[in-house]
Write a protein that binds this ligand. Sequence first.
Ligand code: PLP
Length: 371
Amino acid sequence: MIYLDYQATTPVAPEVAEAMRPWAEDHFSNPHSPSRWGREAAAAIEVARDQVEAAIGLSGGSVAFTGSATEAINWALKGTAERTPERNRIVTLATEHAAVLDSCEWLEARGSEVVRLPIGPDGLLEPGALEAVLDERVALVAAMLVNNEIGVIHPIGDIAETAHGVGALMLCDAVQGLGRVKIPEGPDLVAVSAHKVHGPKAIGALWMRQGAEPAPFVHGGGQERGLRSGTLSPAMCAGFGAAAKLAAGRSRQDREHVDQLWKAAIAALGEGWIVNGSVDHRYPGNLNIRRDGLDAARLISDLRDIAFSLGSACASGSGRPSHVLRALGLSDAQARSSIRLGFGRYTSQDELVDAATRIDAAARAQQDVAA
Ligand code: PLP
């Protein structure tokens, strides 16, 4: 199989599996117990915390581990709304991940006012759009660094500064950006996920600027400074730490590789493909493209040994056209003619060129049959 679905998840790095092994196999102690074994496990978690914080690279805050980035985002939105009832409005972008949009919908059903900003045909905010809806009623502005479906990079530093201008906090979903695109200074809350950076699934983290911690969301034993209860898994934390350290240490090397892969894929695909979203403000490991008349779902089932998708894994599963592509102004038909190729550290140029050549040939064959 040629794996081109890096935005859905990434292969576990060998260094990550190695870091997890002792904690998964022998060292089973509860990291919150006072025994020597417990303290060893707790120390391993603190090493991992430092590694994740270093990869995020922001000053003045710290992370709490969560069960996923989805949990971190739910916590950030719902916990901030709870903490600041005097500010009843949340502002976000139409192209955010379901974790943000569905949390906002949940809050809306309970009385919050949610503003979903439209984006331009390039996938970016129109100038002045954010300023126009900001005032002292806004508790939080939520925007992602790198879009998971189309790869466009939002100016998070500017968005945070604008939000701060009216006293609002800023939540950055940096799940697709960690280790790939530098997280600018500015956000008060940052959500990340291990499995998008060659770490294990089902562990995420919320970075919180000191003083901006949301109200607790998961209650219980008071772990994570009383902010997020639940016994932590030393194995998962160690895996996330190792993945974050690698991502930060290899950031430039990974980026050069991905730049090469992007060029090779574009050359192999040939004429007739249109890139969805900005090419200039984009992480190049995301190639979301469309072709007039293409039946993308059929293309995926025709090429079963190549793993790629229609957009987000959620959009692919539901059969609904992607809300991100629709927000770009694409018609349902154009959205259904779009595919997303995601590649990265462990993708070889040869396999990517092979896959792109076969995708192009299969797309042309569809057109020949239709003609
Ligand atoms: N945000 C973005 C941009 C994502 O791509 C994802 C993963 O699909 C998430 C949030 C949710 O991450 P997790 O799988 O850790 O819940």
